[in-house]
Write a protein that binds this ligand. Sequence first.
Ligand SMILES: C[S@@+](CC[C@H](N)C(=O)[O-])C[C@H]1O[C@@H](n2cnc3c(N)ncnc32)[C@H](O)[C@@H]1O
Length: 199
Amino acid sequence: MSAAIETLLVLCGVSAAAAVLRARISDKPREPVEGQAGRDAVWVPTPPALVERMLDIARVTSADYVIDLGSGDGRNVIAAAGRGARALGVEYDAGLIAVSRRNAVREGVAHLAKFVQADFHQADTSGATVLMLFLQPENLRELSAKFMALKPGTRIVTNRFGIEGWEPDEISRIGGDSPSCCTALLYVVPDKAGAPRTA
Ligand SMILES: C[S@@+](CC[C@H](N)C(=O)[O-])C[C@H]1O[C@@H](n2cnc3c(N)ncnc32)[C@H](O)[C@@H]1O
């Protein structure tokens, strides 16, 4: 083999390896940053004490199937699994999904805490016994048809923002750093399917 051809082959090999490396780097989900933009809502995590309060007022036990729509770093799902519940996080951001799965393994609940990368508008919530949500009022408004289709007795627990036109069954506050922090609201889906609770 001539020296010129040999050099060419080495260069081709180097550039192919560089292309693979570039692809791997760009495939790698970026590390999430608090306050980052999301598809329909930014990522702001629920404070840990409020996560526990939300689970308390929703009375989550090992009999429950908890779904968090827009699950962020997975903290609600992981905490629910810590109480023995099966739990699912639906999150659009690939980086947050990766962090959630990593955290679920670290906390020893990966067998109960599952995560799917998807748009929460498309999520199947019909099997949930508890929805655990921290979303903006307009997101909650968009999801109201899903809420009304839930089985009677299903609990919906929200952080800070309530469901328009529904009267909370319970409101619970804990102290926090900012005046808007921290309120949990509980709604129990009424017997009459499709009948929204009115204030
Ligand atoms: C306010 S954060 C709440 C995070 C988490 N539930 C918590 O309580 O800590 C809202 C989350 O919704 C996610 N999100 C926004 N639009 C979404 C969509 N259409 N489908 C799925 N997730 C979405 C964001 O990436 C963000 O993680």
